[in-house]
Write a protein that binds this ligand. Structure first.
Ligand SMILES: Nc1nc2c(ncn2[C@@H]2O[C@H](COP(=O)(O)OP(=O)(O)OP(=O)(O)O)[C@@H](O)[C@H]2O)c(=O)[nH]1
Ligand SMILES: [Mg+2]
Length: 339
């Protein structure tokens, strides 16, 4: 199933039913009074965040939604039937924007929650209601109030605990495959990952946590270069970033260069992202000369402010993964094994 993270739909609440103009007609009563009933209420459109929904996939096929109209009033003081509400289930983490005003109408960040996005129109009053001592035969009734029509953008922000960031080819997808049952594509070329994916890490000694793999970031990403920027919003709500670095690409003349590139892009995108706790992870330690390059990196990192403690792993062989998971749990403030 393709991951869909953004879609535009239209919703329309039901129109209120028209009020009725009618007069009693009975044998032997030549002029009966007004007896037109009220129109029914139009149905509401309700958005409901349900954890049974993980994606916005269903909206690929169906994009127009309308709640039922209210029934028209009828003679003999019969009111029209209320229109049925339309309930649309969406995944928790969906942000709903009114396309026409650009306003965020609703941000579903908790789990199960319902929200009336478009109110049904009120039903019109029938002519019975307009009867008075001075006006015994009102020949008019109210029309029903029209329903609301809205263009809505739905955006799904993944609710992950941990975001994987790094240059293309750093091994992010390999890492999420090694830690979880998620199966994103791995390739020896940049931009293998085109859409984010989520994986659940079962820790064995605590609650599982969710990791998001996103496309690689490159210089200029915050201005839209490459692909990663479109997906940075998926890591905006994570609590910890794992910053993955391919040791094999470390330039001995500027060992921290690639890390700087990513951190600059994060900061230019959002200060909050830049401030998130980050675990720096050197990957591909199974390659020849990887150890020496990692030493060079660490030596350089030591002299920079806010000294880092990079972890050394191989996503391919699985070396160092338990330690990485422990470090993540520590930062998530969850029970963990001693490091
Ligand atoms: N030797 C070795 N190769 C690795 C390791 N981890 C990843 N690779 C290789 O590095 C290449 C890139 O891996 P991916 O997991 O696709 O990298 P990515 O960071 O997801 O790349 P993008 O999706 O393009 O951003 C693939 O050829 C992997 O097989 C590792 O620990 N050791
Ligand atoms: Mg990838």
């Amino acid at each position: 199933m393709k991951f869909i993270d953004e879609t535009v739909i239209t919703v329309q609440s039901g129109n209120g039913g028209r009020g009725c103009v009618s007069f009693r007609r009975e044998k032997f009563i030549p002029k009966g009074g007004p007896d037109g009933g009220d129109g029914g209420r139009g149905g509401d459109v309700i958005l409901r965040a349900s954890s049974a929904r993980r994606t916005l996939y269903r909206f690929r096929f169906e994009r127009e939604f309308k709640a039922e109209n209210g029934g028209h009033g009828q003679g003999n003081q019969r009111s029209g039937r209320d229109g049925e509400d339309l309930i649309l289930e969406i995944p928790p983490g969906t942000v709903v924007t009114d396309v026409d005003t650009g306003e965020i109408v609703k941000d579903f960040d908790s789990l199960e929650e319902s929200f009336i996005i478009a109110n049904g129109g009120r039903g019109g009053q029938g002519n019975t209601r307009f009867k008075s001592s001075t006006h015994r035969t009102p020949r008019f009734a109210q029309p029903g109030e029209p329903g609301q029509f809205l263009n809505l953008k739905l955006e799904l922000k993944l609710l992950a605990d941990v975001g994987l960031v790094g240059l293309p080819n750093a091994g992010k997808s390999t890492l999420i495959r090694a830690m979880t049952s998620a199966r994103p594509k791995v390739g020896s070329y940049p931009f293998t990952t085109l859409t984010p994916s989520l994986g659940v890490v079962q820790t064995g000694w605590g609650d599982p946590f969710v990791v998001a793999d996103i496309p690689g970031l490159i210089e200029g990403a915050h201005q839209g270069t490459g692909l990663g920027i479109r997906f940075l919003r998926h890591v905006e709500r994570t609590r910890v970033l794992v910053h993955l670095i391919d040791v094999d690409q470390i330039d001995p003349d500027d060992p921290l260069g690639s890390m700087r590139t990513i951190n600059t892009e994060l900061a230019l995108y959002s200060e909050d992202l830049a401030r998130k706790p980050q675990i720096v992870v050197l990957n591909k330690l199974d390659l020849p000369q990887a150890g020496e390059l990692a030493d060079v990196f660490e030596a350089a990192a030591e002299v920079s402010p806010g000294a880092l403690e990079p972890l050394r792993i191989s996503a391919e062989t699985g070396d160092g993964l338990q330690q990485l998971i422990s470090r993540i749990l520590l930062l998530l403030d969850r029970p963990h094994e001693d490091l």
